[in-house]
Design a protein around this ligand. Structure first.
Ligand SMILES: Cc1cc2nc3c(=O)[nH]c(=O)nc-3n(C[C@H](O)[C@H](O)[C@H](O)COP(=O)(O)O)c2cc1C
Length: 214
């Protein structure tokens, strides 16, 4: 099948993105609004960007009615009306149902933390709290928001964050800063309502040596 995105409906384009770009890590993004009310929501269009400086991104799409999701409204730079801060919390199996439940579109200003039973913990550098249940949290200052089609329904937005502090639970990291994947037990998103564990792992060396790996 050969497909021209321009000839596809928006839902079909989305279906291809979420069905074929798998597995996707889940950023549970916590923010504060201008009144310092907490907000938390999951985003699987999420990636690390670079290590010098340490940067990452998540992509809160514009809603079908053209409005901004709260996570975007809260995390965009102060010059655009946001707080310029957010925290990416890594999702483990132990609280994955609560993490996914935070995707409920609550009225602006009602906290998903309270609605799903997740707990806030103070961050060290930014004002937005981290999620206490999460074993890793990246505190970020927003560098830039890139909008692929400003204000258009279901258009993409990239929130680029500078990581200004990292929390890692002592239970999952060693002195060499190696994170134990079994202890982290991260969950990924596939298409539709499908998710996966990170429990089936194998090693492959870099480069041509990969060809001789068992
Ligand atoms: C696992 C998961 C991943 C999601 N990933 C995204 C995403 O990458 N981008 C997006 O715009 N919405 C995504 N959503 C939907 C948002 O979480 C949902 O729209 C949420 O209500 C946004 O909350 P907010 O308005 O508080 O920012 C995802 C939902 C789930 C359950």
């Amino acid at each position: 099948m050969e497909l021209d995105p321009a000839a596809l409906s928006i839902p079909d384009r989305y279906k291809l993105l979420i069905g074929a770009i798998v597995p996707r890590p889940i950023a549970l993004v916590s923010t504060l609004d201008a009144q310092r009310r907490t907000n938390v929501a999951p985003f699987s269009f999420f990636a690390g960007v670079g290590s010098n400086p340490m940067t990452l991104l998540f992509c809160p799409a514009t809603s079908p009615d053209g409005s901004e999701k709260d996570s975007l409204a809260n995390s965009k730079p102060p010059a655009e009306g946001g707080t310029g801060e957010f925290v990416v919390n890594v999702v483990s199996d132990a609280f994955v149902r609560k993490a996914i439940a935070t995707s409920e579109p609550l009225p602006h200003g009602s906290s998903e933390f309270d609605a799903v039973g997740l707990t806030t913990a103070p961050s060290r550098v930014v004002r937005a709290p981290r999620v206490a249940e999460s074993l890793v949290a990246f505190e970020c200052r927003t560098l830039q928001v890139i909008r692929t089609n400003p204000g258009a329904p279901s258009s993409g937005n990239i929130v680029l964050g500078l990581v200004v502090h990292v929390y890692v639970s002592d239970t999952i990291i060693n002195a060499k800063l190696h994170v134990d994947p079994a202890a982290l037990d991260a969950v990924g998103r596939l298409g539709g309502m499908n998710y996966c564990h990170t429990r089936d792992r194998f090693d492959i060396p870099l480069g041509l040596a990969a060809l001789n790996a068992p």
